[in-house]
Design a protein around this ligand. Structure first.
Ligand code: ARG
Length: 454
């Protein structure tokens, strides 16, 4: 493509370090769509003839068919997807192929192809996240009343409902989805026509190509357009945050499905066995969702590192932008799907959750609150009295609700029989009616909210 200036071909190692076709062939559909829009615009502006346009468009459709039919031969010598397609076009239609690259460069071409690719992945991520949210909502609805221990420091803190716990992930995921939508909005300007870096002297119509490719308009600065990849960074950041959330849910599934917790049973479909220990059922899918965050966050840091310190505009370093993004997309998508599968399939064990919720003095805060409300004691004092009650129960090896009234009254004379009403886990969760709290009625209201907004 540039033979005019060169006397020698590239060294074999140069070809190896330089070529991107092994991975950027993933963008063949975007490359062809961009070329079709560009050729049409060149025709409409009178830059190429209708005959040449017809030949180019026909040839590009043939190439698409060849690639999708698996008969296209990708060549490393032709470096990347752009040159592979253009070279094949020349074989198919002859000299007219050479007119397609008028007012265009691989620099705006690659900026376009990659943007189109990432834009589509933003949409896919949004859809998969919405599906996962739907699955979580179904389980949350079934378990709006199911009591479980709520944790801080992974120590029993206060009883909550399992529905409420699952809705916490619905909240996280909704923010994740909005991050993809937001990144998509910002990246939705068309690079085509910025050419190598400075724009072009041909009387092209960038608004036409932008509209044809579903963009809100053309990008405004040619140097920025060919020289930045922050749209990909934003996509990776959204992937990394989503994957972080998934890893936390996955970790909870791992913990909950241990025999020691026994809060949920993972389905056979998302578990594996052990080749030596016949009793084992391992939550491998959850562990992999937990583990795959590494490569996604790695891709984010990788691309930030590639871009750091690059002078404007395009440098070949930027070819290193793609593999991490491709891998992150594939990884995130499989993680979202597997998580939805695990959540839909999991067998929830309300009895085990309830038993755990009632242990560990989980209603101690309710006792302290009762002392504030009914006996008019300042909260700090009530906290102290309750702490002594917990110590007493620990010594006797019983739960708070099993302490005799006389013992409690020994701690504070204002305590009456009525205190036992607040010491059950059901009373505890039912009392948490503040907006955003765990009371079952709140949970049902939140589910209605989410069903309507989805
Ligand atoms: N394969 C290149 C990339 O992915 C395309 C752009 C090449 N441009 C250039 N001036 N060498 O970045």
């Amino acid at each position: 493509m540039w033979g005019g200036r060169f006397a020698e071909g590239p060294d074999a190692l140069m070809a190896r370090i330089n070529a991107s076709i092994s991975f950027d062939q993933k963008m063949y559909a975007q490359d062809i769509a961009g070329s079709l829009a560009h050729a049409e615009m060149l025709r409409d502006t009178g830059i190429i003839s209708s005959e040449d346009h017809a030949a180019i468009a026909g040839g590009l459709e043939t190439i698409r068919g060849e690639i999708e039919g698996g008969t296209f031969t990708f060549s490393t010598a032709l470096e990347d997807i752009h040159m592979n397609v253009e070279s094949r076009l020349a074989e198919l239609i002859g000299p007219a192929a050479g007119r397609l690259h008028t007012a265009r460069s691989r620099n705006d071409q690659v900026a376009l192809d990659f943007r189109l690719w990432v834009r589509e992945r933003c949409d896919i991520a949004g859809e998969l996240i919405t599906e996962l949210m739907g699955v979580l909502l179904n389980q949350a609805e079934r378990h709006a009343d199911t009591v479980m221990p709520g944790f801080t420091h992974l120590q029993t803190a206060q009883p909550v409902t399992f529905g409420h716990h699952l809705l916490a992930y619905v909240e996280m995921l909704s923010r994740d989805a909005s991050r993809f939508a937001d990144a998509r909005k910002r990246m939705n300007l068309c690079p085509l026509g910025t050419a190598a870096l400075a724009g072009t002297g041909f009387a092209i119509d960038r608004h036409q190509t932008a509209a044809a490719l579903g963009f809100d308009g053309p990008t405004r600065n040619s140097l920025d357009t060919v020289g930045d990849r922050d749209f990909a960074v934003e996509y990776l950041a959204a992937c990394a945050i989503t994957a972080t959330h998934l890893s936390r849910l996955a970790e909870e599934l791992v913990i909950w499905s241990t025999p020691q917790f026994g809060f949920v049973g993972m389905s056979d479909r998302f578990s594996t066995g052990s080749s030596i220990m016949p009793q084992k059922k391992n939550p491998d899918a959850a562990e992999l969702v937990r583990g795959k965050i590494g490569r996604i966050t790695g891709s984010l840091v990788g691309l930030l590192t590639v871009l750091k310190g690059l002078p404007l505009t395009y440098s070949k370093d930027m070819q290193e932008d793609k593999e991490g993004v491709f891998d992150a997309a594939e990884t995130l998508e499989v993680c979202l799907g597997a998580t939805a599968g695990m959540i839909a399939d999991m067998a929830v064990k309300p009895d085990a959750m309830r038993a755990a919720a009632g242990s560990g003095y989980s209603t101690a805060t309710d006792l302290a609150d009762w002392l504030v409300r009914e006996a008019g004691i300042p909260f700090r004092d009530a906290h102290h009295v309750t702490g002594r009650a917990v110590a007493m129960a620990e010594e006797r090896g019983c739960e708070l609700a099993e302490l005799p009234l006389a013992e409690l009254q020994g701690l504070n004379a204002a305590i009456t029989d009525a205190v036992y009403g607040v010491l059950t886990v059901d009373a505890s969760v039912a009392s948490r009616t503040s907006f955003g709290g765990t009371a079952p009625d709140n949970v049902r209201a939140q589910i209605t909210y989410w069903r309507e907004s989805l």
